[in-house]
Design a protein around this ligand. Structure first.
Ligand SMILES: [Zn+2]
Length: 81
């Protein structure tokens, strides 16, 4: 199955991205830390409607959220295409 990206809000105004894989039922998992490695899976809160996105949707969502998204996460999101 393809890669899945989920966005997590950390603190007030910082969003980091987790990478995982889709399951057959279209749910997804997420790695143990954000793709920038700055936060762990048990930190922060999933960002509403920004979980289990395919790479295209994740890139679109990151563009829409703009500066809220961690720059290092965005760089790695683009690098993985
Ligand atoms: Zn990050």
């Amino acid at each position: 199955m393809g890669k899945a990206y989920s966005f997590k809000r950390y603190g007030h105004d910082e969003i980091h991205i987790f990478e995982g894989y889709f399951h057959l039922d279209h749910s997804c998992d997420a790695g143990p830390e954000s793709i920038c490695k700055k936060i762990k899976l048990d930190q922060g809160k999933w960002h509403d409607n920004h979980v289990c996105l395919d790479p295209d949707k994740a890139r679109y969502a990151a563009a829409g959220l703009g500066k809220l998204v961690c720059g290092e996460c965005v760089k790695r999101l683009y690098a993985s295409f």
